[in-house]
Ligand binder design. Structure first.
Ligand code: GDP
Length: 417
């Protein structure tokens, strides 16, 4: 998508089977945003090109893509209305994939929370609501889906509308809008529905177009931060790839690579197979360095050479704990921050918090139980670059995992070098 500055990123969340993929497929179809290769695929599979087949095919593709991406990243889908481009971040529904949701929501400015009218609020709807609050995502549009199944009943909608408003209120959120839709039939998605005349609000793309731009500044930093995602060896050349988390990247720029502190110079920058002179925050780039740096690896962060940041050894963060075994003082954990994996120890639990009410349950606690939040001090085993969440979103957000999956997630409030 060309115009990145205008683009709004929206996390799509909700309980499994409530219709996220169908909704995204429908948005792609009805806004005419399908990429060309998908259109070719569609022509191939559906001779008569009927809409239902197209939608089913797209939905399957989205699901497949999601499954393939489970351990890597959330799926990003690009679409465009007449007003501006969007990036939808598809977040899987299962608990063990909340990490993906977190990394998805970390880039999102707004969220769509999909609720199936026949099933109502489910476990995952609740958890996602807490997490949206926790991630400070304030602009939330609730999609009450599958209205066709309940014959577009206003009564049923109102009942669920009240329940959702209450749920969100309990976690400290207020939805911008609650829209009754049928993703499958395209009602109230890109056009208003004749079957839902009692609803007077905007349909989904109108509501999306009304989202204010620059809801959440991604960073207050102008200096370059580029966490290395991968390093490829192509024809003897080392190509480093990553997404810019802060500042600008320029050809010939002096950089410092953390945590080692090695100084270097940017040789060339590539984006979509073209050589470019510079790139800005949020752009995915490939680059080469003037010198071959031994030990350079995924997780290192390329930083501006002027005014370079320092590695941190400790930090204070707020977190939500999602595992049945409580988090305890002295526990050793593996923390993921941007593309880094950081072993660390819990040294203090300053506050234990009820995430539903956001009230402090205990000061100076010994542990944090499942689905509770807290303010925690960590000590890193090896010094590394982390930043305050308010300074660089991407380097100020972390998830905690063990070999079996996600344990918790949080943000950096204060770091100590
Ligand atoms: P996801 O797991 O949240 O991505 O859910 P899917 O998009 O795969 O939808 C789950 C099931 O609900 C599928 O069988 C869809 O065809 C069906 N579905 C989704 N939206 C609608 C809708 O608006 N109306 C009806 N009747 N079925 C729907």
């Amino acid at each position: 998508m060309k115009n990145n500055s205008e683009q709004i990123k929206i996390a799509v969340c909700g309980h499994i089977d409530h219709g996220k993929s169908t909704l995204i497929g429908r948005l792609l179809l009805d806004t005419g945003s399908l990429p060309e290769d998908k259109i070719k695929d569609l022509t191939r599979i559906a001779k008569d090109f009927d809409e239902e087949t197209q939608l089913a095919y797209l939905t399957d593709q989205l699901k497949e893509e999601r499954e393939r991406n489970i351990t890597i990243e959330t799926t990003q889908i690009f679409l465009k209305t007449k007003k501006r481009p969007y990036c939808l971040i598809d977040t899987p529904g299962h608990l063990e994939f909340i990490k993906n949701m977190l990394s998805g929501a970390s880039q999102a400015e707004a969220a769509l929370l999909v609720v199936d009218i026949t099933e109502g609020i489910q476990d995952q709807t609740r958890r996602h609501a807490y997490l949206l609050r926790f991630l400070s995502l304030q602009h939330i549009i609730v999609i009450v889906n599958k209205m066709d199944v309940v014959a577009y009943s206003q009564e049923k909608f109102q009942s669920i509308e009240n329940k959702i408003t209450e749920l969100l209120k309990n976690v400290g959120l207020k939805p911008q809008l609650i829209i009754p839709v049928s993703a499958k039939l395209g009602e109230n998605i890109c056009r208003s529905s004749k079957n839902i005349k009692w609803y007077r609000g905007p349909f989904l793309t109108q509501a999306m177009d009304a989202i204010p731009s620059n809801l959440t500044p991604k960073t207050s930093l102008h200096d370059l931060r580029l966490p290395i995602q991968d390093i490829y060896n192509i024809e003897g050349e080392r190509i480093i790839v990553g997404r810019i988390a802060a500042g600008r990247l320029r050809e010939g720029q002096n950089v410092v690579i953390l945590p080692s502190g090695t100084q270097c110079k940017i040789k060339a920058i590539k984006s979509f197979q073209q050589t470019i002179k510079s790139a800005a925050i949020e752009e995915n780039v490939g680059l080469t360095l003037m010198a071959d740096i031994p030990g350079l690896q995924c997780g290192n962060v390329i930083c501006a050479g002027e005014n370079p940041p320092k590695n941190s050894i400790r930090f204070r963060g707020n977190l939500i704990w999602l595992h049945a075994n409580a988090l305890t003082i002295g526990q050793n954990l593996k923390l993921h921050c941007a593309t880094q994996t950081l072993p660390c120890t819990v040294t203090k639990i300053t506050e234990r918090i009820d995430p539903k009410t956001l009230t402090i349950l205990e000061n100076d606690a010994q542990c944090i139980s499942e689905n509770q939040a807290g303010i925690v001090k960590f000590e890193l085993l090896n010094p590394a670059l982390i930043e305050k969440h308010s300074a660089v979103t991407e380097l100020g957000r972390f998830s905690i995992e063990n070999d079996h999956g996600l344990l918790g997630a949080g943000t950096v409030l204060e770091n100590y070098v």
